[in-house]
Ligand binder design. Structure first.
Ligand code: CU
Ligand code: ZN
Length: 165
């Protein structure tokens, strides 16, 4: 069984793409294809709702069923929806496959009916506003890092549904 998210709400006309989710022995396989975004890293998350009534904004926050702080995909503490960054090549294309051990299509941490959001900027993975010794150097950046990763605007989003065979 697979699920799919097609990016239907995009900040620019040339942005397009989709994400295909498949349950495998390695966990949830997440195949990401995006084109038309700027080269480099972009925050990439599962957001809580599948509500596009006010565009990407009404998808609300990162999927966070355990009330955790924001992090990265491999952080000890993270929102379950925190999938780190996607990396676009110099042509603005993302072609990546990642795996996640916690999320699933059905079951306790089901992603069905939720959404995927691609952000304008790099997600700092919950490490923003700190110096290299872990001291807080910017309170505002630090606070936002623990909520959103400072990834900025939502440049593409869509709702996750069952994929046809
Ligand atoms: Cu997000
Ligand atoms: Zn998060």
């Amino acid at each position: 069984m697979s699920a799919v998210c097609v990016f239907t709400n995009n900040a620019q006309k040339n942005i397009s793409g989709n994400v295909v989710f498949t349950e495998t022995k390695r966990g949830l396989q997440i195949k990401i294809n995006i084109s038309g975004i700027s080269p480099g890293k972009h925050g990439f998350h599962i957001h809580e709702y599948g509500d596009l009534s006010e565009g990407c904004g009404s998808l609300c926050s990162h999927y966070n069923p355990n009330g955790s702080a924001h992090g990265g995909r491999n952080s000890k503490e993270r929102h379950l929806g925190d999938l780190g960054n996607v990396i676009a090549n110099d042509k603005g294309v993302v072609d990546m496959t990642i795996y996640d051990r916690d999320l699933s299509i059905k079951g306790k941490y089901s992603i069905l009916g939720r959404s995927v959001v691609v952000h304008e900027r790099e997600d700092d993975l919950g490490l923003g506003g700190l110096d290299k010794d872990g001291n807080i150097i910017d309170k505002v950046v630090r606070e936002e890092s623990l909520k959103t990763g400072n990834a900025g605007k939502r440049i593409a989003c869509g709702v996750i549904g069952y994929k046809k065979n």
